[in-house]
Design a protein around this ligand. Structure first.
Ligand code: LLP
Length: 413
């Protein structure tokens, strides 16, 4: 049977979870990108290819099948309800960092027992919310937090499942804002403080210590930091085992990077090498479960930010393509100097020009790319900013009173 591509346009308000309108577009005749869709949908919008997401999830499940591995999706990468549903339907767990994310995960159908809740500053209501759903694990980042969780669990007549988040002091060689596992980062408990913390947790009446949790950073493309993490974990497991302590769960966090420079040739991350690294280097004990918390690697490549050229402007030294998307819709280039591929998907010109591609926001950092080679570009052309599925929509803001772009989903039935 022939596949039937469809486009769904949704307007969600991520904060209130209100879905305002849904339209289906028959795009049987679409030519690469359905232009009728662009005509009907105000730009900018997020475009999500659910087929890419589906293939990514299938690939993950293929690599973990037969191993005591469980992948938790890090909702912070993208909390769009349709994306969450697709991921929950593939049997992944959820990695959460706020009460809002707990609610969104419940609504999308993730199982509470397969939810991990991380974060250095969990507030009382967020802890109570997690306890009321009896979530799988609180990843505890400090002793004061441990004590509050114990107290609140006691008040509620329940027991809290926890793991300690350990800061393994490993440099993941990534951008300084997204490295998290070195000794001076705010995250986790320093490794030398772990043993007293474990002893303390074992004394507390309302705490069930299940495991150890690690996360060394994000957009990691070399396996070496993960090998070092495995070695650190192996050493810790040996040390604790000598004292008769065995953990049910080892959680190695997330961080697997994607290819921002050539997304079309690398739509799926190299999950084989990633999971093999842990299969080879981590010495899991019998009945131990290995948890992963991937965000970007799951949703990064399925999304693009689609935007229209408002003006092409020439200054003394530069040509600017001014688009209607801004740093409010994708902040990564402005915040991390991140590279995203930029494609003019409507130009039929053969000649190319160098442009700075910029947004309309009143900040000089509102730049998507400097000196970007594009086919000759004109007002009205449609630009795709690629690999925007992770940390695009979820980091959007209303600065300059701009509204949240719509989301458009493509999938084949
Ligand atoms: N687990 C923990 C404890 C985390 O802090 C993070 C991400 C993840 C898992 C998921 O990491 P991933 O697999 O997505 O790399 N806004 C930045 C990325 C911040 C990542 C924060 N923590 C960016 O746009 O690059």
């Amino acid at each position: 049977m022939a596949t039937h591509p469809e486009w769904i346009v949704c307007q969600f308000d991520l904060r209130t979870q209100n879905r305002e309108r849904i339209e289906m577009f028959d795009a049987l005749n679409h030519h690469g990108f359905a232009m009728d869709l662009v005509d009907k949908t105000p730009t900018p919008f997020y475009y999500y290819d659910l087929d890419v997401l589906h293939s990514t999830l299938e690939e993950i499940n293929r690599h973990i099948s037969g191993y005591p591995f469980m992948v938790h999706y890090a909702l912070k990468a993208n909390g769009n309800p349709l994306i969450l549903k697709e991921i929950a339907n593939h049997g992944l767990g959820a990695d959460l960092v706020s009460g809002g994310e707990i609610k969104a995960a419940i609504q999308a159908g993730f199982k509470p027992q397969e939810m991990n809740f991380s974060g250095v500053g969990k507030t009382d209501w967020e802890i109570r919310l997690g306890l009321s759903h009896d979530i799988g694990c609180f990843n505890v980042e400090s002793i004061p937090e441990l004590e509050v969780i114990n107290e609140l669990a006691g008040e509620m007549g329940t027991t809290a499942n926890i793991a300690f988040r350990v800061n393994p002091d490993i440099d993941a060689h990534t951008h300084k804002y997204i490295t998290t596992g070195t000794a001076d980062d705010k995250f986790g408990i320093n490794i030398e403080m772990l043993e007293p913390a474990v002893n303390h947790a074992l004394q507390l009446p309302n705490i069930h210590l299940r495991g150890l949790h690690f996360h060394i950073g994000s957009q990691i493309t070399q396996m070496q930091p993960y090998v070092m993490l495995c070695q650190t974990v192996n050493k810790l497991l040996d040390q604790f085992e000598q004292r008769g302590i065995r953990f049910e769960i080892i959680n190695v966090g997330g961080g697997l990077g994607i290819n921002y420079t050539d997304p079309d040739r690398h739509l799926l991350p190299d999950f084989e090498t990633y999971f093999n690294t842990f299969k080879q280097h981590l010495k899991l004990r019998d009945n131990q479960l290995l948890h992963f918390e991937l965000g970007r690697a799951i949703v990064g490549e399925c999304g693009s930010l689609i935007t229209r050229v408002t003006y092409v402007k020439e200054n003394r030294n530069k040509k600017f393509v001014i688009v209607d998307a801004g740093m409010t819709d994708l902040i990564r280039p402005a915040l991390y100097q991140a590279h995203h591929e930029i494609q003019n998907i409507t130009s039929r010109e053969n000649s190319r020009e160098m442009y700075d591609v910029v947004g309309p926001v009143c900040e000089s950092s509102d730049v998507f790319a400097h000196d970007c080679s594009l086919p000759l570009t004109r007002r009205g052309d449609i630009i795709a900013i690629r690999s925007a599925g992770a940390y695009g929509e979820s980091m959007s803001s209303g600065y300059n009173m701009r509204s949240l772009p719509q989301s458009v989903f493509h999938h084949c039935k």
